[in-house]
Ligand binder design. Structure first.
Ligand code: F0G
Length: 495
């Protein structure tokens, strides 16, 4: 399999004419290296620091730990350059004004999005729900940015109290959850149908900076569609590794239509993940799973955008589905940074929800994180069918520091919650419905209080996994084109 897409024949040496290995050598752009001079990667296990950009991209520490991006948020236009240490908690007197300046900056950018014509790169960046927060994402020169744009997804008020007159259907979600003030952030409204576009715009931008010719990921569907789209936009070769026979048809169709190469693995997502990391390191292909720390930086924008939509009033809880744990890490990090920069004045608690048959993080949480678990994953929620999450340590930190919680819900509970979201007219994919199933459970257990302000993340579109939890019976009733035929059907429905 590996041999096939390198273009090498067995026994052939790398370095010969026309082989892809040679084409795939990377050289980071000098101006980007300078722009990222004060950005580093640090190991979440042993704290070793590495430069953000090296000729051979680094996704793990020498100790094998995953890496986290550390950015110096000093900003010459607003304040004197500051290090993390001086920007954060110690400087309590100046913190409120620093936070206000950030809020004002982001609000100005959000208030004048270009609607009809996008004439400059700066406007394009402001129109993206990721690059609008660019100083807090990654300080890359604008000319390298690859953006659709993405983000700007709806935050639906769905609680029993905060749901307006025109949302009677949506209110059923609040009733089901048992919450008065409840919002759903629909990340399925991103360009390719999932939150993955937020991380992908940053990941592919970094691939562009690196001069990468090819990018790759392992995926249960959404990451592959997103990678394929952004790679096509950037003129790069996209290669995706999928668990054979276990990827939603629409996602595979998207991936192929965008021109990526799909490699089906005889194994599950965890096998594909293991393989792709090896393949990328061996062949000089840029890796775009959330193991890539820059993708996590992009996904932070979900958190920033939620805060901005709530007029910078932090919710009490943020609840999301958890598989590989990139999103838990990212949103938790966004809230931490927003809090440390004085942008918000309280930290939301994070609740990560796993499917019962794919709940290694939940098991670790129940054991007070004494042990890192892995399982053979089984669930109807294909996107979170992951047994050995890559971002375990990053996500563990988020749960611990936000006084968060990890919950586990059954497939039946996921499908029941999905039916409520679908019937409300909003709709989502099964993995996303774990959010509502988890919230309902946590409210019933008294962990989340009825009157707390809760935001749940719906991570993907209803159009994925369209055979799961959706009435399949007839695809509509076929009748003769007469008024009598229609009348008798409507009478039957009423009865
Ligand atoms: N929800 C959806 C819709 C997803 O596609 C994924 C991950 C998750 C939740 C889990 O997020 O891994 O950050 O905890 N999908 C990956 C993919 C695995 O390949 O599309 P996480």
């Amino acid at each position: 399999m590996v041999t096939n897409f390198t273009g090498l024949q067995p026994g052939q040496e790398a370095g010969e004419e026309n082989n892809l290995v040679q084409q795939m050598q990377m050289v980071p752009a000098l101006d980007a290296v300078q722009a990222l001079a004060s950005t580093t990667l640090h190991c979440v296990e042993c704290q070793t620091m590495y430069p953000a950009l090296e000729p051979v991209p680094r996704y793990r520490c020498d100790c094998d730990g995953v890496l986290d991006v550390e950015t110096n948020f000093g900003d010459a236009n607003l304040h004197e350059p500051q290090t993390r240490e001086t920007t954060f908690f110690d400087d309590v007197d100046t913190l409120p004004s620093i936070g206000a300046s950030w809020r004002q900056r982001f609000d100005e950018r959000a208030s004048s999005p270009p609607i009809w014509s996008i004439s400059t790169d700066t406007n394009l960046l402001d129109a993206s729900g990721v690059w609008r927060y660019r100083e807090l994402i990654v300080p890359v020169p604008e000319k390298y940015v690859i953006s659709r744009p993405e983000g700007n997804t709806t935050l639906y008020p769905v609680g029993m109290e905060n749901c307006g007159m025109g949302r009677i259907g949506h209110r059923q979600i609040g009733v089901y959850a048992g919450l008065d003030r409840f919002f759903l952030k629909h990340e399925g409204e991103n360009p390719t149908g999932s939150f993955k576009d937020r991380g992908m715009t940053v990941g592919v931008t970094m691939a562009h900076v690196m001069g990468a010719k090819a990018v790759a990921c392992a995926s249960t569907g959404n990451t592959s569609a997103s990678l394929a789209s952004y790679a096509a936009q950037a003129g790069m070769r996209g290669i995706v590794f999928l668990p054979a026979g276990n990827v939603a048809g629409g996602k595979l169709a998207q991936t192929l239509a965008y021109g990526a190469t799909a490699v089906q693995i005889e194994g599950d997502f965890d096998d594909a993940m293991h393989l792709v990391e090896h393949v990328c390191n061996e062949l000089g292909i840029y890796l775009l799973n959330s193991l890539n720390p820059f993708r996590v930086e992009g996904q932070k924008a979900i958190g920033f955008e939620i805060l901005q939509q709530l007029d910078w009033q932090a919710p009490d809880w943020l609840v999301l589905p958890a598989g590989n744990l990139g999103n838990t890490s990212a949103i938790g990090k966004a809230f931490r940074q927003a809090y440390q920069l004085g942008i918000i004045n309280s930290m939301p608690r994070i609740a990560s929800i796993q499917a019962e048959g794919a709940n290694p993080f939940y098991r670790s949480f129940m054991g007070k994180f004494a042990e890192r678990h892995s399982v053979h994953a089984e669930t109807v929620a294909s996107a979170i069918k992951i047994g050995n999450p890559v971002s375990y340590t990053r996500a563990r930190r988020v749960i611990e520091e936000s006084d968060g919680i990890v919950a586990s819900v059954s497939d039946a509970q996921i499908l029941s919650a999905k039916a409520v979201i679908d019937r409300s007219g909003i709709g989502c994919e099964p993995a996303s419905a774990a959010t509502l199933a988890g919230i309902r459970q946590l409210v019933e257990r008294g962990v989340i209080k009825h009157d707390e302000r809760v935001v749940g993340v719906l991570t993907g579109t209803l159009l994925k996994d369209s055979k799961t939890g959706i009435p399949q019976d007839s695809g509509g009733i076929v009748v003769k084109p007469t008024i009598d035929a229609v009348r008798s059907i409507l009478e039957a429905i009423e009865a």
